[in-house]
Design a protein around this ligand. Structure first.
Ligand SMILES: [Zn+2]
Length: 60
């Protein structure tokens, strides 16, 4: 998951590097700038929102 771009404005959504000791807990090496949109029924992230263009797209 190194390529993390907004499908609309193509901005780079990769955030800061996660400190090495926390990478295992996050299961990733970098934070993400994407905003998770939750559904009350699903109780999980169902969509992402871009912090730059504010567009939303379905989670894979
Ligand atoms: Zn965008």
């Amino acid at each position: 998951m190194s390529n993390d771009f907004c499908p609309y404005c193509n901005t780079n959504l990769q955030g800061e590097t996660i400190p090495k000791e926390s990478q295992k807990a996050y299961g990733a090496t970098h934070f993400t700038r994407k905003i998770g949109i939750t559904s009350i029924e699903a109780d999980r992230f169902i969509k992402w929102q871009c912090p730059d263009c504010n567009k939303e797209w379905q989670r894979d």
